[in-house]
Write a protein that binds this ligand. Structure first.
Ligand SMILES: Nc1nc2c(ncn2[C@@H]2O[C@H](COP(=O)(O)OP(=O)(O)O)[C@@H](O)[C@H]2O)c(=O)[nH]1
Ligand SMILES: [Mg+2]
Length: 324
């Protein structure tokens, strides 16, 4: 038993190390290549201003790095423009030029993606009971799994959850939720397949009130494409139970499509925050940057595997570090 666990841990550590190695070696070189006039100035002065020609190649490499990480084209171009301005308008210390440029790039990216932050555990604690969370997003993104992970996390904080099986559309969705619930000792409110998801959510809220549960998590169906019926369904749930927070769950590697879907959901229903799943896969995470920039909503957590404990706080620094 002990050795099996040790082996598992070692294998995991190796996997992490090889991924870190890979991402470092795969990074593009975004160092500036000083042209003659700037080079000469740099020789004599403590600080210099870069010229467009000095950073042309770095900016191109940066744009490629962003595109390779799945940042969408338009967003990548906007990022590069802002970074170019930041670099051209600044005095750069000549003894630390490469580092300074890299840090300026990272800092500018960070500023472009700044959002408010939400402490969901504190919110849930302070809220009137039950705190109602609506989960939405495309099919297979990880909504149901993420709900289970989050309920597990909140459980450790002493908060009790009730699940609403409001995905009454996809085959086996109710059983999947019940399976998680059984393992975590959580109550599920369900109706039959094909029934009204809003009625399930309504019942779950009442059940929570009756049993003094802290939180209701409402699972919903996703379709491959956003579809009018789905949007209407979600709107109805939102109208009937008036959730405190609407969380869009999306996969890290879904790319441009995900940003478009998130925008559609946001326009139709209003999204308050994101959870991004599958960051343990090969996805570099550029989708996250596009989402943050285009929708300006906080990312509550990221999913990093299939276990209940694979739900981590989001770190913008870490994502940027993967790319530049
Ligand atoms: N590797 C990995 N797989 C995940 C993660 N989150 C969810 N999954 C898997 O993605 C698949 C779809 O998840 P599910 O919760 O059913 O998605 P839903 O259709 O949005 O409810 C399942 O096999 C999950 O185990 C994650 O962070 N990492
Ligand atoms: Mg599901």
């Amino acid at each position: 038993m002990f050795y099996a666990l040790r082996r598992k841990l070692n294998a995991f550590a190796e996997k992490l190390a090889s991924r870190a190695q890979q991402s470092v070696s795969e990074k593009r070189d975004i160092s500036p290549e000083l042209r003659a006039p700037t080079k000469i100035k740099a020789f004599f002065k403590k600080e210099i201003k870069l010229r467009e020609a000095d950073i042309k190649d770095s900016i191109l490499e940066l744009e490629l790095a962003l595109l390779e990480a799945d940042v969408n084209e338009e967003t990548a171009r906007k990022f590069c423009k802002a970074i170019k301005q930041a670099l051209l308008n600044r005095s750069i210390p000549t003894d630390n030029l490469k580092n300074f440029v890299r840090e300026t790039i990272k800092q500018t990216l960070k500023e472009l993606m700044q959002t408010e932050s939400i402490d969901i555990i504190a919110l849930a604690r302070e809220s009137e009971k039950p705190f109602k969370m609506l989960f939405l997003g495309p099919n297979g993104a990880g909504k149901t799994t993420t709900m289970a992970k989050l309920a597990h996390m909140l459980q450790k904080d002493g908060l009790t959850t009730i699940f609403a099986a409001s995905d009454t559309f996809r085959a086996a969705s109710i059983e999947q939720l019940e399976e998680h619930a059984k393992r975590l000792n959580i109550r599920v409110i369900k109706h039959k397949y094909g029934s009204d998801p809003a009625a399930v959510a309504f019942d779950a809220v009442n059940a929570a009130k009756a049993s003094n549960a802290d939180i209701v998590m409402i699972d919903t169906a996703g379709r491959q494409e956003t579809n009018r019926n789905l949007i209407e369904e979600l709107r109805k749930i939102a109208r009937v139970v008036n959730p405190h927070i609407k969380i869009f769950v999306g996969e890290a590697f879904a790319g441009k499509n995900l940003v478009e879907q998130a925008k559609e959901f946001d326009n139709a229903i209003g999204i308050d925050a994101f959870i991004i799943t599958k960051l343990d896969t090969d996805a570099k995470g550029g989708t996250v940057l596009s989402l943050l920039y285009e929708l300006k909503k906080p990312i509550l957590f990221v999913g990093t595997g299939q276990a209940y404990t694979d739900l981590m706080p989001f770190s913008l620094d870490e994502i940027i570090e993967r790319i530049v």
